[in-house]
Design a protein around this ligand. Structure first.
Ligand SMILES: [Zn+2]
Length: 429
């Protein structure tokens, strides 16, 4: 088995060629930089695709370790350093026959990132950016987070022995705060929204030589996320789904899905990435991208005070909003915004019929799947992949046992339990 080496020999930073500005196309050498100095647009990692094409094929990938690092020639990091981390990825792609039957679809699959090392997809972008903190010799790691990223940064930093500094809104669910503290994070609770925590992080990142994974390391960070799409294609037997439904906060995951598919096509691993309809969903209480999709002016109007149970999607000013919007339009996808009641129902649908307990962000995906099958936007003969990006165990504040099912309280005796069974319980009479 050839691990992390190629005919050309392993090079630090794999096959990264450089950065390219997404606005004006200006090229930059790789480094600690996240925006164009001419037009201030964000930067994108480019690879030496011709060299990668020479050895990267399906057999080569099959021979690589069972984590996201199996795609290392298309990641901007040293995979040997990366393998010292938590090695997220290769999460299950679950066939959802019950859900498909109930909703009347040909084939539904969920990419189950609730089972990553810290129970969300954020372990992927962090795995890449943390290697750059090591490489650049920065003083610590950091992030602005709605909760999941805080845990992912703290855990990965613990593994590498790096101090972590995470900024979250003070309203963040304890189910996300406590794990971050357990991993040893220096937790800074900001009395404000995510966007306000993000603004402060932007101001302090460079001053203290901290690698804020989603700020000054952002071009590297988004590269980790694209592996969720790459794995999906490989797990489908190198076939493309008709549609993928992506939860949108900043919109970065949706852009990463598109980049992952495009790079598979550029390296010849698949024929054409353009067939996949990339669709996005946001909660009704914070849906600036979806509103721009359906609105008349096509503009993204930031939401000042997000109000939704889907905390991890409560980003009022989405950094990758316009790019996500353009990908949705080009790929003939949709952008949707179900409300909190539909999101809860989506969570319950997935838990009760497929045994996957997602946080509200995943409920948002399932809610849109249902809505768009009902109104005919999604064809009944499609193969649909739903990205389920976070675990329900970390986000329980909005749940209420009474509204979720029937519970019975009894004394410490058999008779009271027998009475319940005699009345009929759970379909038993
Ligand atoms: Zn530029």
């Amino acid at each position: 088995m050839t691990l992390y080496t190629s005919r050309g020999g392993n090079q630090r930073g794999s096959y990264i060629d450089g950065f390219e500005c997404k606005g004006c196309g200006k090229k930059f050498p790789v480094g600690l930089r996240n925006a164009c100095d001419e037009c201030f647009h964000s930067l994108e990692v480019k690879y030496r695709t011709e060299e990668v094409r020479e050895f990267l094929d399906r057999d080569y990938i099959r021979s690589q370790p069972g984590s996201m690092w199996r795609y290392w020639p298309l990641l901007p990091a040293d995979p040997v350093v990366g393998a010292d981390g938590l090695n997220p990825g290769m999460t299950p792609l679950r066939e959802c026959r019950n859900l498909a039957r109930m909703l009347g679809a040909r084939r539904i699959l969920v990419k189950d990132d609730t089972v990553n090392p810290t129970y969300s997809f954020k372990d992927r972008p962090v795995a890449v950016s943390i290697t750059k903190i090591v490489e650049f010799g920065l003083a610590g790691s950091g992030c602005a987070s709605t909760g999941n990223l805080a845990g992912a940064v703290a855990a990965a930093s613990a593994k590498y022995g790096i101090p972590s500094y995470v900024l979250v809104p003070s309203s963040t669910d304890r189910g996300k705060i406590l794990p971050a503290l357990a991993y040893g994070a220096n937790l800074i609770e900001v009395d404000g929204t995510y966007d306000e925590a993000n603004r402060i992080s932007n101001l302090i990142a460079d001053r203290y030589r901290i690698g804020f994974v989603n700020i000054n390391l952002r071009p590297y960070y988004v590269e980790g996320s694209k592996t969720i799409a790459m794995e999906t294609v490989e797990q489908l037997g190198w076939a493309l789904p008709d549609r993928v439904i992506v939860p949108m906060g900043s919109g970065a995951l949706l852009t990463a899905v598109s980049k992952g598919l495009n790079e598979f096509a550029e390296t010849g691993l698949i024929d054409d990435s353009a067939e996949v309809m990339i669709s996005g969903t946001q909660p009704y209480g914070c849906s600036p991208i979806s509103d721009a999709y359906s609105g008349t002016d096509g503009m993204i109007h930031p939401v000042e005070r997000p109000e939704t149970v889907a905390e991890s999607l409560a980003i009022g000013d989405p950094a990758s909003g316009y790019e996500a919007l353009s990908i949705i339009r080009k790929s003939a996808g949709f952008a949707d915004a179900p409300d909190d009641r539909e999101i809860f129902e989506g969570q319950m649908l997935l838990a009760r019929h497929e045994g996957v307990f997602t946080e509200p962000a995943g409920g948002c995906v399932i809610a849109s799947l249902r809505r768009k099958l009902e109104d005919g936007t999604i064809g009944r003969d499609e193969t649909i992949v739903c990205l389920i990006t976070g675990n329900g165990l970390k986000s329980q504040r909005h749940l209420d046992a009474k509204s979720m099912g029937r519970t019975y309280k009894v004394g410490n005796n058999t008779e009271e339990v027998e009475k319940i069974f005699e009345k009929g319980i759970g379909g038993l009479n």
